[in-house]
Design a protein around this ligand. Structure first.
Ligand code: EPU
Length: 421
């Protein structure tokens, strides 16, 4: 297992390009299964989760064509089996995103039921109930979700999400695009990735209104065609590098980003004392060598503060001036990084879904272990300001969501290297 060794203490300075969004690329790849012709997806990030999705397609008999710029062309007409096997689903929960498109287009789908994960129990009941609202018959048997469309295909319906779910909204929106008649999704997720997926579906010929609001209305169409679509920039990767600048007192300009998708994060960074400047497709953060001030925050669905940035802000609070209270409302067990940071000298008290972080002058390097994707990013951030060396184990988690993290950080001046293990 590869490890990262980071020597802290360098004030980051420089410019980097942000990759395409993982959480947009995955549903968009799944959406290609709805088409009657080839769909080309561009600006895909080079990440392990993307490779897993492509491997899943391979298992189903579809051979995506990948070019040198990592654009992927998928022609779902060659599909042979409608099964997403457990070996792949257990490594990537987002595999559940093929459920809606397959049952809508091919009338049947069998997708392994994802288990719990490091950040919470993460059930998929809303995905199942949403598809049932469109007429699918669903049985869970032998650890698999077996979904069957009625004679004549799925039909439109109204579905209310009692909890806002990002991939739940995406799955049902994709299925509804090919259902007969009108579907109304209420209390839908408003995340920019949902909007990006809707724009891709619209480019394929779908009729969707209201993506980005909590009510999405989909008029089903007979067929969806091929298209070429560019995945949006990754707002969580963007935010992570901005925190890297803030925590080290440095200056970083991130390019090829969409500042409008980061309002809650940018406002918290400004509150911490950072100077933030934005252009159409770039953001520059300058901390002018200052120590950040601690910030209070509460995670919630978009447009509120994203749970996927919570761990990184805890890292910043560990060395900030003052005390910051961080409340996690989306997942029930998303504080695993706290215990690793404590090994580096951080002062954090966890009570239920609240972490109270009292900033210390300095963290100290230590061997630590990554437990999930964003937790591992937060340990990298803590290591950037810790005295001495930090050895981060189990970094396969980070490779699921951050393209070339060590190269990008090296470009900004960080002392970071990967050691094969
Ligand atoms: N939930 C249910 N039932 C369901 C679905 C969700 O109770 O059927 C609950 C979850 O347990 C959770 C809450 O609803 O408490 C919200 O979960 P959501 O469904 O929105 O999460 P997700 O769609 O599985 C996506 C991202 C996550 C991100 C969350 C929240 C993708 C592929 N994943 O997950 O990204 O944290 O939305 O914004 O889009 C990451 O990138 O590190 C990551 C975990």
């Amino acid at each position: 297992m590869d490890k990262l060794i980071i020597t802290g203490g360098v004030r980051l300075d420089g410019e980097i390009r942000i990759s395409g969004a993982k959480n947009s690329a995955l549903p968009i790849l799944a959406a290609t299964l709805l088409a009657d012709g080839p769909v080309t997806v561009c600006n895909l990030p080079h990440l392990h989760d993307i490779t897993t999705m492509i491997e899943l397609f391979g298992r189903m008999g579809i051979e995506p064509v990948i070019d040198e710029k990592l654009s992927v062309e998928v022609d779902p007409r060659t599909i042979k089996t409608l099964i997403a096997p457990y070996e792949l689903v257990k490594t990537m929960r987002a595999s559940i995103l093929v459920l809606g498109p397959m049952v809508a287009h091919f009338g049947y789908a069998e997708v392994a039921l994802p288990g719990g994960c490091a950040i919470g129990s993460r059930p998929v009941d809303l995905h199942i109930r949403g598809l049932e609202a469109l007429g699918a018959t669903i049985e869970v048997e032998g650890g698999y979700i077996k979904a069957k469309a009625p004679e004549g295909g799925l039909r439109g319906g109204t579905f209310f999400f009692d909890i806002v779910s990002v991939t739940g909204t995406e799955n049902i929106m994709m299925a509804a695009a090919l259902a007969k008649g009108r579907t109304v999704l209420e209390n839908a997720a408003r995340e920019p990735e949902v909007v990006d997926l809707a724009n891709c579906l619209i480019a394929m010929g779908a009729k969707i209104q209201g993506a980005g609001t909590d009510t999405i209305v989909i008029e089903g169409v007979e067929r969806l065609g091929g298209t070429r679509y560019n995945v949006m920039p990754d707002r969580i990767e963007t935010g992570t590098y901005l925190v890297a600048a803030a925590i080290t007192g440095g200056r970083v300009k991130v390019k090829d980003v969409d500042p409008t998708t980061l309002e809650a994060v940018l406002s918290k960074l400004q509150e911490s004392g950072a100077e933030v400047t934005t252009g159409r497709d770039w953001i520059e953060l300058n901390m002018h060598g200052k120590r950040p001030r601690a910030v209070n925050l509460r995670t919630a669905p978009y447009p509120a503060f994203p749970t996927d940035m919570q761990a990184q802000f805890i890292a910043m609070n560990t060395v900030a001036e003052g005390t910051g209270t961080v409340i996690e409302t989306v997942f029930e067990n998303r504080f695993m990084h706290v215990y690793e940071m404590t090994r580096m000298g951080a002062q954090i008290q966890v009570e239920g879904n609240t972490a109270i972080v009292t900033g210390v002058q300095r963290l100290k390097g230590a061997p630590v272990m990554a437990t999930d994707l964003r937790a591992s990013a937060s340990l990298v951030l803590a290591a950037l300001v810790a005295d001495g060396d930090t050895l981060i184990d189990r970094i396969y988690h980070i490779d699921r969501g951050y393209e070339c993290i060590e190269e990008k950080l090296q470009l900004l001046g960080a002392k970071i290297r990967r050691v094969p293990g």
